[in-house]
Design a protein around this ligand. Structure first.
Ligand SMILES: Cc1ncc(COP(=O)(O)O)c(C=O)c1O
Length: 370
């Protein structure tokens, strides 16, 4: 008998990244395929980040700065918070993993997540054999904070809230979040995962994790360079937390968890405000295109504030997903996201969005009467 693998590890599904473009081309004999399935930035990376990374490549024989001193100094200056409150990781995925490691130790610990929400939170529970409490989103596809507060028990250590949420794009309000925080017991820490924050910034009544961390509330904020900053490939996420929590993460992490190119690229991207502005503006324009495309075929886009649009199709979405694939457009079918009558479409370039819109009309037919 080989050494048994822990059952909880085998219960986890490997992360499914969406169908690769080359696979779809090969399988369906297509020459042109558009992928709008992984919530990547269609503008490509900031040219300033690329330039800085190219220059830094000369030093790849050296280990990265284990303390990420310059990157944390740049983030500290940018956000006006001490570097002792900053955590950086190999994508915010790694910070999610590390938070599980420092807080969850087995079946006596529990964590609460929205359902559906970002799938990697679940892994934190599985890897530690801790209890995973899933709380359904409300009828508007938004985190149901009252139900989440009610799901907290003496065993609960962490509550995860993606804001905007993935896969729905919906946001909770600051008013609702404050009420939620006033209801939770002292042994619970709340992770506000703001991977898509930059796209929602400026909305009325939007909570900002930074304010809570500054005020000493039991809140951890997570952000990433993968979305609005366009650096998903280099893997760089960061977070705001109390000095005690950030210190625990530094103890638990690998010594060189953020590679040297990510450290240099992150600083350059943070300073490229022009790129960020265009990235957000292009996303807003693209969202209007995708929402209009869904309305044209009689589907209902969920009001969202991220770099993707979820739409209620009013019918099983898998056949529509498959028909779109045959048209050379890869999106995410809701059946893999826990919402089988929805499609999630990442916002692409103007041309990619038009390609999606045309394919959707071809597959479903226009419901717009002249
Ligand atoms: C809500 C949410 N959090 C975290 C992540 C992970 O981002 P990163 O690329 O920084 O690991 C994603 C990625 O899609 C996400 O949707």
């Amino acid at each position: 008998m080989p050494t048994p693998i822990r059952p909880n590890v085998l219960r986890m599904a490997p992360y499914s990244p969406g169908k690769p473009i080359d696979e779809v081309k090969r399988e369906l004999g297509l020459s042109h395929v558009v992928k709008l399935a992984s919530n990547e930035n269609p503008l490509g990376p900031s040219p300033k980040a690329v330039e800085a990374i190219q220059a830094a490549a000369q030093n790849l024989h050296l280990y990265p700065d284990a303390a990420t001193f310059d990157l944390r100094a740049a983030l500290s200056e940018h956000y006006g918070i001490g570097p002792e409150h900053l955590m950086v990781g190999n994508g915010s995925d790694e910070l999610i993993h590390l938070l599980g490691l420092i807080y969850l130790s087995g079946p006596a610990d529990a964590m609460v997540v929205g359902d559906p929400s970002f799938v990697r939170y679940d892994a934190a529970a599985y890897l530690s054999d801790s209890r995973l409490i899933k709380v359904a989103l409300d009828a508007t596809y938004t985190h149901d904070l009252d139900a989440m507060a009610a799901a907290i028990t003496p065993e609960t250590r962490l509550v995860w809230i993606a804001n905007p949420n993935n896969p729905t794009g919906t946001v909770i309000t600051k008013t609702g979040f404050d009420r939620f925080l006033s209801r939770i017991p002292a042994h619970v820490t709340v992770v506000l995962d703001e991977a898509y924050y930059e796209y929602a910034e400026g909305l009325d009544d939007l909570p900002n994790s930074l304010d809570y961390v500054r005020a000493g509330a039991p809140v951890i904020g997570l952000r990433t360079f993968s979305k609005a900053y366009g650096l998903a490939g280099i893997r760089l996420g960061y977070g705001f937390a109390s000095a005690e929590i950030a210190d625990a993460i530094h103890r638990a992490r690998e010594p060189f968890n953020v590679n040297s190119l990510a450290q240099i690229g992150g600083i350059a991207a943070l300073r490229d405000r022009e790129y960020l502005g265009e990235s957000i503006a292009a996303n807003t324009r693209g969202r209007a295109q995708i929402e209009a495309a869904f309305r044209e075929v009689g589907a209902t886009p969920v009001p969202g504030y991220a770099n993707f649009v979820l739409a209620e199709m009013g019918t099983e979405a898998k056949p529509i997903f498959e028909a779109l694939l045959r048209e050379g457009v890869i999106v995410r079918s809701g059946h893999v996201l826990g919402l089988p009558t929805t499609l999630r479409v990442s916002i692409g370039t103007e041309i990619e969005n038009e390609t999606f819109a045309r394919a959707l009309v071809k597959v479903m037919g226009s419901k717009v009467t002249a």
